[in-house]
Design a protein around this ligand. Structure first.
Ligand code: PLP
Length: 381
């Protein structure tokens, strides 16, 4: 029996055998829309048209499936394309979806402003409280959508508890694993039915490509997602798939450095007199620390913090950093800073999901920790 391979090995080898024709060690970019047939229906490698399948995308999908301990992955043009596909593949007219009350704003927008027009209803709930989720279940609830840690408040949901609530109700549990990455958390092994990623973030890791993924274990569900993607067409292009796959190879080493740096920065922020609250699941005082310790290998590279002095003080900090670049997105090797209330989460303004205006979110990169701490301290002072 061959020994099961470790995460770091799978990241470099799963789906990435040297090319059988040329021996190319790195999977080539198959920049082609279509494939020659040897007589009608005579497909050489199983490929006919790149919306249905492309070898570069297959390499990425096989790697993603291995890293998430799933059976099949589908790679999309963006994280939101993956979400849209998953929700439409499993839900039908009149179905109900439960979503975190502090979900990524784009997920809330998709359900409330787009999918609602196609007959889906949704309820925003604190998914950190499994009893509140159970109370929100309706006979027509088909899907519980969960994000853990959440963006930008770093809330933690108990994946096994939510899986139990979903399955009792005959619903499915989907987990947006973007903040953790499969290196830190594997929701399918904790009972979830579907894992979704914005691969734009840690999986790609270099802020140079937009992409998304959905990974499942159940074959029937995999077929539904795959069919829906094929029918709608929100696929990752060959070059984007290749860039994402190149990023994946270093996911484990990058994540360890993101975590090392974030742990030191969270401690330094806690000490700073102008910081009133630090949101990082690795801190023992974080309300989700215990659950995060059970289901995550480490606590990730995202930190949010509140500053004394309201919105002006928070935007001033964002404007004064020199190493942390003021920009949306996250998960790249370079550190980013942003003001969620006026940037990524502006669309939640005036709703119960509005985020505090003195909140600053940082995506801690893999630069030297001392340099990053010095930059934040000078911006806060
Ligand atoms: N999920 C989370 C947690 C995100 O942070 C984002 C984007 O910021 C998305 C989904 C959407 O991904 P994309 O921007 O790749 O469509």
């Amino acid at each position: 029996m061959t020994q099961p391979r470790g995460f770091e090995t799978l990241a470099i080898h799963a789906g990435q055998e040297p090319d059988p024709v040329t021996g190319a060690v790195v999977p080539p970019i198959f920049q082609t829309s279509t494939f020659k047939q040897d007589g009608v229906g005579g497909l050489r490698g199983g490929y006919e048209y790149s919306r249905a399948g492309n070898p570069t995308r297959t390499a990425l999908e096989e790697c993603l499936a291995a890293l998430e301990a799933g059976t099949r992955a589908s790679a999309f043009a963006s994280g939101l394309a993956a979400e849209d596909c998953v929700i439409r593949a499993v839900c039908a007219l009149g179905d109900h979806v439960i979503i975190p009350d502090d979900a990524y704003g784009g997920s809330l927008r998709l359900l409330r402003m787009v999918l609602s027009r196609w007959g889906l209803t949704s309820t925003a709930v604190n998914v950190g409280d499994a009893d509140a989720v159970r109370a929100a279940i309706r006979p027509e609830t088909r899907l519980i959508w969960c994000e853990t840690p959440t963006n930008p408040l770093l809330g933690i949901a108990d994946i096994p508890a939510l899986a139990a609530v979903a399955h009792e109700a005959g619903a499915l549990l989907a987990v947006d694993n973007t903040f953790a990455s499969p290196y830190l958390q594997q929701p399918l092994t904790l009972g979830a039915d579907i894992v979704m990623h914005s691969t734009t973030k840690y999986i790609g890791g270099h802020s140079d490509v937009i992409g998304g993924a959905a990974v499942v274990r159940d074959e029937e569900l995999a077929e539904k997602v795959h069919f829906h993607q094929f029918a709608v067409g929100a696929i990752a292009g060959p070059f984007d798939a290749w860039l994402t796959l190149r990023g994946i190879k270093t996911l484990a080493v990058r994540m360890d450095r993101h975590c090392d740096n974030a742990e030191q920065i969270a401690d330094a922020l806690e000490e700073h007199p102008l910081v009133t609250r630090v949101l990082y699941p690795g801190l023992p005082g974080h309300p989700g620390h215990e659950i995060a310790s059970k289901q995550m290998r480490r606590f990730g590279g995202m930190i949010s913090f509140q500053v004394d002095g309201g919105e002006q003080a928070a935007t001033d900090v964002c404007g004064r950093t020199q190493l942390f670049t003021l920009a949306e997105s996250l998960g790249g090797v370079e550190s980013l800073i942003e003001h969620p209330a006026r940037m990524t989460h502006l669309s939640a303004k005036g709703t119960p999901q509005e985020v505090p205006d003195n909140l600053v979110r940082i995506s801690v990169g893999i630069e030297r920790a001392d340099d990053l701490i010095a930059d934040l301290v000078q911006a806060l002072n």
